[in-house]
Write a protein that binds this ligand. Sequence first.
Ligand SMILES: [Zn+2]
Length: 67
Amino acid sequence: MSNDRDTVTRLPNAGGTCPTCGKPSVPRYRPFCSGRCSDIDLGRWLKESYRVETDEDPADPSEDERP
Ligand SMILES: [Zn+2]
């Protein structure tokens, strides 16, 4: 009985957690929990590209972390 295939098929993120905020992901927006989080992730990704040109970013609006 070596039925380990089920384990192999499971990806680390298969459980479904939003990479942006860590909430359970929604099938519609997978792997994110909402379209907004998807946008945020995309924005980050784009920023990374822009960062190559501008090394310093004094005013970062995305760093608004309030509890
Ligand atoms: Zn999210």
